[in-house]
Design a protein. Structure first.
Length: 183
């Protein structure tokens, strides 16, 4: 067996193990899918542990800020419809003008589905835990400025999102929606 054959065999082994662990990871991910409350409770616990770590060790504020910005971005993608509401509104107005208004049901489809929102958030939180183990990522900053900036960014972004929801009359959450029962 020469060097090239040995390299191919090593490459095949690496691919084999990569695919094996990828399949195993996907299997366990699929097992968690129906357990929505437990998944979100686990994420909340992980985030709280990370925040506790940041507070107790008084460091890694930039990592914490980055995690906060990423989670805010994920949350906004979760609240935002997949399709542009302004285009749908213009289409609806055209149908009204032409008289072809068929009042059809259009379900709310998210830009980022709930499971992907949770999965991305878990991965980001675990990465933040990992980064907080290295002092290289403990960049000295004045943390109150980051906190105030994050709160301001959150408030302005959510105000814009809520105005968008009011303007196009959609509610991305199940809160306050009518529930129909079988009689």
């Amino acid at each position: 067996m020469n060097f090239e054959e040995e390299e191919v065999t090593t490459s095949n082994k690496a691919t084999f193990y990569f695919n094996k662990y990828k399949t195993l990871y996907q299997y366990y991910l699929d097992q968690t899918t129906p357990h929505v409350r437990y998944r979100w409770a686990g994420l909340i616990v992980l985030v709280l542990l990370f925040v506790l770590r940041v507070v107790l060790y008084e460091g890694w504020y930039v990592v914490c800020y980055g995690l906060g910005i990423y989670l805010l971005n994920q949350f906004l993608a979760f609240l935002t419809p997949k399709f542009d509401m302004s285009l749908q509104q213009a289409e609806k107005n055209n149908e009204l003008e032409s008289g072809d208004m068929a009042d059809e049901f259009r379900p709310f489809i998210r830009r980022l589905p709930e499971f992907k929102f949770w999965h991305n958030s878990i991965r980001a939180t675990l990465l933040s835990h990992f980064l907080a183990t290295f002092s290289v990522f403990d960049i000295p900053v004045y943390w109150p400025i980051l906190l105030i900036y994050f709160i301001l960014l959150f408030a302005l972004t959510m105000r814009r999102q809520i105005n968008h929801m009011i303007k196009y009359k959609y509610l991305p959450l199940d809160i306050g929606k009518k529930k129909y029962s079988h009689k």
